[in-house]
Design a protein around this ligand. Sequence first.
Ligand code: AMP
Length: 583
Amino acid sequence: MEETRITKSDGVRIVSNMTDYDALSAAFSWQQGRALIDGLPGGKMNIAHEAVDRHVSAGYADQLALRWITKSGQRHDFTYGDLQREANRFANVLRAQGFQKGDRVYALLGRVPQLYIAALGTLKAGCTFCPLFSAFGPEPIRARMEIGGANALVTSARLYKRKVKGLRPDLPDLRQVFVIDDAAENTLPLADLMRVAPDHFKTEPMDPEETALLHFTSGTTGKPKGVVHVHDAVVAHNWTGHIALDLRAGDIYWCTADPGWVTGTSYGIVAPLTNRTSMIVDEAEFDVTRWYDILQNERVTVWYTAPTAIRMLMKAGTEAMQGYDFSALRFMASVGEPLNPEAVIWGNASFGQPFHDNWWQTETGGIMIANYAAADVKPGSMGQPLPGITAGIVEMDGDSGALREVTEPGAMGELALRAGWPSMMRGYLHEQARYDKCFRDGWYLTGDLAMRDADGYFWFVGRADDLIKSAGHLIGPFEVESALMEHPAVAEVGVIGIPDETAGELVKAYVALKPGYEPSEDLRLDLLGHARKHLGPAVAPKDIAFRQNLPKTRSGKIMRRLLKARELGLPEGDISTLESDES
Ligand code: AMP
């Protein structure tokens, strides 16, 4: 366990939103968190009201809400007033096309303003918003639209033609596709509809427990899981943004995550707007110079990014930072995968402050464990539970099967959270049993292994399952295996994550071929191409290796854990269920 500490000066503590972690943790209740939210008459609420309407009503219509930087570097600004009018127009378009409260509106878009407008307009209309990552291929898109019963989709003509058009016969619930740019057959032109739509809309008052957001996450087996979040989640989005990201009204805030994933929604749309910051949205992909230019030129004050990006910046070295002025930066945070201690220390040396690692998952809806502006940072640790959150290390008693909290400092076990915070998932869509399995004796079980030190800091150890984290994206091996199994040459396939210096892990597939097929470089490239076409670059394996056999259980399940241990030369662990020992 790393014992270095980056100690915060009293000055930093005093100016941060939270001055005393221990005192606030002892005193805070979610009732207090709820009091920070406006709410709507009769105990109703709506995330979009908290994000936009209330700021406009309070006189902040002219404050910058979103600055969009196009790939070519042009800036387009949207004030809170603009965002409200555009979201109202979108809500009116939905109504005019017959969409009602409870309908599910999906978005498959890059980082463009229409994505943010669609998200807010959908919530205003009382519909459920579900973002899809634009680098998904047709298979992940089909699975997620089928499971969620998508009723409407907002996309671009290019993405529609390449990825969605061919799926339409399989998506009977999909009533309308809105296209933001060029015309495409069987779709509606969103810009034309928006132009004539009224810019007033009465935001739908929702019960706090009604569904607002649907996010998909991967499972080790079976289909992706549709994680349900309700309007009440905004209480946690707002609070965690305030405490864990130290957001304040007027901040220039840049979350580099794509809204196709949960971070890009909770902390790329909701939390920054409820905290009345001005968000930077960059349409382009990662680029060292571009990122340093944005940080400097936009005078970013709070920056929320991810370990893969930080490692790429580190690789570019200090020369790439020469001459830049990052004096506006007040707080830097990271999430999504383990942040190595060197990256935290590099941040401190290069920017004059550490990256503050924090931990959460799609299911938790918001940040649960964090390093704070007001607390010392231990490089390599995820930090301490948020005020309002109780975290623990638990283990299953082998004989009785009962859950036991492990309190000895340094002991490893499964990371668990006391159930009941506002942004906790309310279900896996259509999968009650899978959902129920996540809860036990009042704990939510995260599926991550961790330990807690004597000071109450949590340290990530690994995942308890086979899920792969590559460049911050959670990838289910089953989804990748299923796509490869569709190739005529493939008899068996096992997919694992192999360590990678930059991306954390890379997806690698091990394939056993059907009789009549021989391993060759051509076949390997063909399989890689097949996977990329069906799954998209974000999910497809980066490498494929041929094997005669794959290790399996007696019931025929590929033992990914053993495959990984063998490939990486790690201890094999319990192999009592192994069917044959040939690999
Ligand atoms: P997702 O649901 O896609 O956001 O992925 C959540 C998972 O990412 C967690 O269960 C962890 O395995 C991993 N993760 C997220 N944040 C961290 C972190 N700060 N350190 C280590 N792993 C993390």
